[in-house]
Design a protein around this ligand. Structure first.
Ligand code: HEM
Length: 505
């Protein structure tokens, strides 16, 4: 059978050609977006736009932003347009614009644009991904959960948990084994958040029983059909939502639902309470009288879930890269250890919540490590109301994604001379004061910054202080140096593992 000519091969040729013309026309038109609006922009190429990867993370940006930032900086742009496939996004270069978006004009940029599907995958509707109205409601309810009083309440659980890690390091030190320190730190933070958010002992250092550690890996695992799923979610979220695609694997959601429900039932049946996040959330649920905005079981489970997801890898990444630099700079490691020992001595040989706050030099070291290796490589926002950019006539349209390339800003020589050099003195109070406040943002900024900042810093400081008070760490010859970083992921990770050796002090 033929359609247009007498020859089916010609027919096929004509249909394919027509299809290609339509596709090219669509791309060509899409690539006029920034030009038509007089924005500075980087020239896209067919078919990926400016993005070097088809598949990055669910947010869609990783270290590829370094390329955009460097090119825009060279051209003298304060911000500039790019395309991921055909979708326009604005990259901010100048920290004054970063400040406007994150704080001053936040009401135009309330959303993060993170995929979630409340209907088919309720666990994805958590604080990190929720949009405007629902986000505000939940953030207001959760904020009191992270006060310093509440941190103090959980301090001992974190400290106790750090003992499993130092015991495991001690065993490896005695056996003269190399330690995959990132894995040890992930086990520690999994145990901490498991205990504080779910109220259960995760036993991550006990190999096969470590279901939580396994689930931690599963959350970020990308294989099989899930790759296609994530490409659609990151590149065509509206279509993904219509198709009912889920951001999380069913078995992961099921696992977290069951754990939380069992834990709550146990507490209710036994009239049992515990000083942890789960209890605080149960209290919020029971106390919320607001029938228009109740705090439902689905909402409770998804917040516990996001505390786990957002809490364990960011903190282990912070500690991992801090130890990497401390191994390379033994003099700094010695100085941190001296400070830790002095503080311990002042507090009768025991770490307390107050004593951890006295570790000022350790804080500088963490600040500098997070500058070089921010756990989240970019911050994202979505413009929710048309917005005129300051000192310009340019209007950013509602729905446009905004990207803040943290990794690049943190390594810009304009703010940090010799940017690749590890130098904790950059964060002494005098040097800190002399810099633009929006060029160091490892926890984000403004009303939508990291809600778990205090907790993340507390567990990172406890982890580092307990390790350094007991061991000298060195990089093992088994480590493939220097550490190479994964390009296409939102959460910064090295491709090669960091192996260290530990010597008991
Ligand atoms: C060193 C550890 C951590 C780092 C570096 C970190 C970093 C970040 C960053 C960069 C953001 C985005 C902020 C923005 O867009 O302005 C964020 C958001 C968030 N973080 Fe953290 N985080 C850490 C630990 C934690 C912990 C321990 C928890 C929970 C227990 C947590 C829960 C969250 C949540 C729920 C959000 C979303 C907040 C919102 O949208 O309102 N984080 N974090």
């Amino acid at each position: 059978m033929t359609l247009l000519t007498d020859n089916p091969i010609y027919d096929l040729f004509l249909v394919v050609t027509a299809l290609l013309v339509v596709i090219f026309a669509y791309f060509h038109r899409s690539y006029q977006y920034w030009k038509n609006r007089n924005f500075p922009y980087l020239e896209p190429t067919f078919p990926l736009g400016n993005s070097p990867y088809l598949f990055t993370s669910t947010v869609g940006f990783g270290l590829d932003t370094v390329k955009y930032y460097d090119e825009m900086k060279k051209k003298g742009y304060k911000f500039g347009g790019i395309y991921t496939i055909t979708s326009p996004a604005l990259v901010l270069v100048d920290p004054d614009y970063v400040r406007d978006v994150l704080t001053k004009d936040f009401h135009h940029f309330v959303d993060r644009g993170h995929y979630h599907n409340e209907r088919d995958d309720p666990i994805s509707a958590h604080l990190f991904s929720l949009d405007e109205k629902k986000w505000r409601n939940i953030r207001t309810k959760l904020t009191p959960t992270f006060t310093s009083g509440k941190m103090k309440m959980m301090f001992h659980t974190v400290l106790e948990t750090s003992k499993y890690m130092t015991d495991a390091i001690e065993t490896s030190a005695l056996e003269r084994k190399d330690i995959d320190i990132r894995e040890f730190l992930s086990c520690f933070t999994t145990d901490v958040i498991g205990s504080c958010a779910f109220g259960i002992e995760c036993n991550s250092f006990k190999g096969t029983e470590a279901e939580f550690r396994h689930m931690g890996r599963e959350i970020f695992a990308v294989r099989g059909l899930r790759i296609l799923n994530l490409i659609l979610i990151s590149k065509m979220p509206r279509l993904a939502l219509k198709l009912g695609l889920k951001a999380n694997n069913d078995h992961v959601s099921k696992f977290f639902y069951e754990v939380v429900q069992k834990s709550i039932k146990y507490r209710e049946d036994n009239n049992f309470t515990r000083p942890d996040f789960l209890q605080l959330l149960i209290d919020i649920k029971n106390q919320t009288k607001d029938t228009e905005n109740p705090f439902t079981m689905d909402q409770l489970v998804s917040q516990v879930f996001v505390f786990f997801v957002a809490g364990f890898d960011t903190s282990s990444s912070t500690m991992n890269f801090t130890l990497y630099e401390l191994c390379k700079h033994q003099d700094v490691q010695d100085r941190v250890r001296e400070e830790v020992n002095e503080v311990l001595e002042r507090h009768g040989g025991q770490f307390t919540y107050e004593s951890i706050g006295e570790l000022k030099y350790l804080q500088q070291v963490i600040d500098e490590a997070q500058r070089l290796f921010p756990p989240l490589v970019v911050l994202t926002r979505v413009c929710v109301k048309d917005y005129k950019l300051r000192n310009t006539d340019l209007v950013l349209e509602k729905g446009t994604r905004v990207v803040i390339p943290l990794y690049s800003i943190h390594r810009d020589p304009e703010y940090y001379p010799e940017p690749d050099k590890f130098d904790p003195e950059r964060f002494n109070s005098e040097n800190k004061k002399s810099r633009h406040p929006f060029v160091h943002l490892p926890f984000g900024e403004g009303p939508r910054n990291c809600i778990g900042l205090r907790f993340g810093l507390m567990q990172s400081k406890i982890g580092l202080a307990t390790i350094l008070s007991k061991f000298r760490l060195r990089i093992s010859p088994k480590t493939d140096m220097p550490l190479r970083l994964h390009e296409g992921v939102l959460l910064l990770q090295s491709v090669n593992k960091l192996y260290v050796t530990a010597e008991k002090i």
